[in-house]
Every structure is written in C-alpha cells, then in structure tokens.
Design a protein around this ligand. Sequence first.
Ligand SMILES: C[C@@]1(CC(=O)O)C2=NC(=C\c3[nH]c(c(CCC(=O)O)c3CC(=O)O)Cc3[nH]c(c(CC(=O)O)c3CCC(=O)O)/C=C3\N/C(=C\2)[C@@H](CCC(=O)O)[C@]3(C)CC(=O)O)/[C@H]1CCC(=O)O
Ligand SMILES: NC(=O)c1ccc[n+]([C@@H]2O[C@H](COP(=O)([O-])OP(=O)(O)OC[C@H]3O[C@@H](n4cnc5c(N)ncnc54)[C@H](O)[C@@H]3O)[C@@H](O)[C@H]2O)c1
Length: 210
Amino acid sequence: MLYGAFLQLAGRRCLVVGGGPVAERKITGLLDCRADVTVIAPSLTPPLLKLAEHGTLSWEARPFQAGDAAPYFLIIAATSSRDVNLAVYEEGERHGRLVNVVNDQRFGNFTVPALLRRGPLTVGISTSGAAPVVAKKLREELEAFFGPEIEQFLHLMADARTRILAEVPDGAARTELLRRLANSELLQLLRAGHTAAAHELLERILGGRG
Ligand SMILES: C[C@@]1(CC(=O)O)C2=NC(=C\c3[nH]c(c(CCC(=O)O)c3CC(=O)O)Cc3[nH]c(c(CC(=O)O)c3CCC(=O)O)/C=C3\N/C(=C\2)[C@@H](CCC(=O)O)[C@]3(C)CC(=O)O)/[C@H]1CCC(=O)O
Ligand SMILES: NC(=O)c1ccc[n+]([C@@H]2O[C@H](COP(=O)([O-])OP(=O)(O)OC[C@H]3O[C@@H](n4cnc5c(N)ncnc54)[C@H](O)[C@@H]3O)[C@@H](O)[C@H]2O)c1
C-alpha cells in the first residue's frame, strides 16, 4: 500500500532526467509548486526549451552521468530508456532520495497522482499504478463535480476558522462549530449562486443561532 502525502517543494532542488512530453508534464507540476528544477537531457520539447531560455529551469544538455542524481531532494527519471531510468533510480535510492520512475512499476519509491486543484483544495488520485489512465479519467470526472464554489467555500471556512480559533477558547465547542459549518447548506447555497444567503447562514451558525 502506498502512503499518501503532499510535499512542500518551494526552493527545493529537484532533478528531472529526460526532456520529452512526460518530463514536461512532471516539470510543469514541479514549477507550479516553485521547486528549483534542473533538467538533464540531450534535447527538450519546445515548451521546455522556452522555460530553459527564460531561466525558469536549469538545463544540462547532455545524457545522464553517474553522480548527477546525488545532490537532489527529489528526482524523476523520465527518459524512455529503462536502463537509464534504472541507473538514476539506483543512485537516488543509494543516497536516500525521493525517486519517481515513469516507465517501470518495479522501480522508484514514489508515484505521482492525478491532481484536481481548486484554490486550497487538492485531490490526489492514485490507482497504485494499476491504471494511470483511470486516475486521469476520475480526475476529469471530479473536475465536473467540484466547481469554482468549492474554492469560495474553503475561503469562507478558512476565515470562519480564524475567527473561531480567536474567539472560542473551548476545544470541543470549536470543533462542534466547525463541523456544523462543514455539514451546513453553505456549499449548496454557494453552488446556487446565493452568496448573500451563504454569508447570512455563516453568521447565524457562528452566533449560535444556526
Ligand atoms: C496520473 C498521472 C500523473 C502524472 O504523470 O502527472 C500518471 N500517469 C498519467 C497518465 C498516463 N500515464 C500513462 C498513460 C498512457 C496509458 C497507459 O499506458 O496506461 C497515461 C494517460 C495519458 O497520458 O493520457 C502511461 C504509463 N504510466 C506509467 C507507466 C509505466 C508503468 O505502468 O509501469 C505507463 C506506461 C508507459 C509505457 O508505455 O511503458 C506509470 C505511472 N504513471 C503514473 C501517473 C504513476 C501511477 C499513477 C497511478 O497510480 O494511477 C506511475 C506509476 C509513475 C509516475 O509517473 O508517477 C498521469 C495522468 C495525469 C492527469 O491528466 O491527471
Ligand atoms: N508515467 C507516465 O505518466 C507516463 C505516461 C506516458 C508514457 N510514459 C513513458 O515515459 C517514458 C518517457 O516518455 P516520453 O514520451 O517523454 O518519451 P520521449 O522519448 O519523447 O522523451 C525521452 C526524453 O529522454 C531524453 N533522454 C534519452 N536518453 C537520455 C539519457 N541517457 N539521459 C538523459 N536524457 C535522456 C531524450 O532526450 C528525451 O528528451 C516512455 O518510456 C513512455 O512510455 C510514462
């Protein structure tokens, strides 16, 4: 069974070996999280080339060599060669690094889930490698289910939580209030576009009247 986790990668040195379409998808995800990305590959896709030219990532235009992986916090082996990816994995693993291998289930010590993002909400979907295409399909289905109102709802909940943490000293009462908000009609009201009614309901619940 795989352990689920979300990584804080801002400013962390991350290495991607390979510069094809799969590397491009993984690099985009790393840059979104403000990781410090280096790519080692003889060639890059046009979008990756542009990112290298702008200095958004560092590019070493050559094949992988022994010793390349050791300094990095997280490493993605994204070439189409199983031998190269295995060499990257073995070196990373030897140094206790996080290593993802994109074309062989037997290697690597983490996999990348399909991600649904809505503001502060992230839903990660893994099929434990059984069928990545199904992870993608489920992500697309959930995108239709979670509209922009979930983001509004979470911002509302975050503000309410800040107020509750400041104003309600009793731990059990705090949890009860937060549960009442989470289980209320707030999300449905936002989904229906009734923003003012949502705020009224929020204030009623916070005032102990909901
Ligand atoms: C979710 C997603 C995240 C991402 O990559 O961002 C992701 N793969 C995605 C798409 C996708 N991947 C593949 C296809 C073509 C259909 C097919 O072949 O099945 C498609 C569909 C497409 O491209 O449309 C081929 C494929 N993938 C892997 C192998 C090797 C193997 O199975 O051994 C092969 C065969 C390669 C070959 O031909 O040799 C392996 C992995 N792919 C994973 C993740 C990890 C397990 C995730 C899980 O547990 O479900 C894991 C183990 C490692 C990893 O990469 O972390 C992303 C969807 C993003 C999105 O759109 O939301
Ligand atoms: N995990 C996934 O999500 C997923 C999805 C689809 C495909 N795949 C598999 O991932 C692999 C990569 O797919 P792709 O479409 O990006 O392949 P690709 O062939 O387009 O790209 C491979 C890249 O690796 C580079 N490369 C080759 N040898 C290298 C070396 N010795 N050192 C450094 N870089 C080297 C090439 O220059 C190129 O940039 C394939 O095996 C593919 O079957 C994985």
